[in-house]
Design a protein around this ligand. Sequence first.
Ligand SMILES: Nc1ncnc2c1ncn2[C@@H]1O[C@H](COP(=O)(O)OP(=O)(O)OP(=O)(O)O)[C@@H](O)[C@H]1O
Ligand SMILES: [Mg+2]
Length: 237
Amino acid sequence: MSVLLRVEDLAVAYGHVEAVKDVSFELKDGEITALVGANGAGKSTTLLALSGLLPPKSGRILFEEEDITRLRPHEIVRKGIVQVAEGRAILTTLTVRENLALGAYTRRDSAGVKDSLEQVFHLFPRLQDRAEQFAGNLSGGEQQMLAIGRALMAKPRLLLLDEPSMGLAPILVQEILRTLAEINRTGLTMLLVEQNVRQALKIARHGYVIETGRIVLADSGENLLNHPGVVEAYLGT
Ligand SMILES: Nc1ncnc2c1ncn2[C@@H]1O[C@H](COP(=O)(O)OP(=O)(O)OP(=O)(O)O)[C@@H](O)[C@H]1O
Ligand SMILES: [Mg+2]
């Protein structure tokens, strides 16, 4: 598997507070990679840097061997790196269909956009059932599905997900993560940040554990699931 994105010695700070320090990891093309860690460990900060929303203090981000460390957020989106917005960030006064159309606003291939819409409706039949409803009337789980669907409408090369299962009932957590695994089988590379460590590592080929801004463990998802330190700190007994 070739490397799609490589992060080298990344440091990101809020003023004097260095939230991410010397973080290095890589995302292999076509794989789900999980980034897990406790509250405040630096997961969202790492994603913000990848999206270009927070300029790194030092380090490099390489996407398909190209240095994208200093690119603007819209340039990074144009490269195909798309972050799923929080479920609550969808546009509540627009319909489900209009929200999905917005995800594709930079695309000019109308046939491809139509295919993507069909794919999203196939993955999330409930969105199809509710296509003409206002997004604000969707349940929390459906709004999260819509947020993922909207990101897919951009036809990304790399999907960044910041806790897609947050706030969802256990049955929906399973449904969302199962759907992410299904999307991954179409070849889409993903970086999955999750509090739900067990479920995330189950669908991830590789995983990294971050603690107070540093990567402390890197292994296959399967090995991390059985790692005593991971079991003790994140999986309970
Ligand atoms: N806007 C900000 N200004 C100052 N410090 C911040 C800001 N955002 C985050 N931090 C700090 O940076 C560190 C990393 O935060 P971050 O949000 O990346 O953690 P996280 O791993 O995403 O946590 P969570 O699981 O709670 O979402 C924390 O110590 C946090 O308090
Ligand atoms: Mg976070």
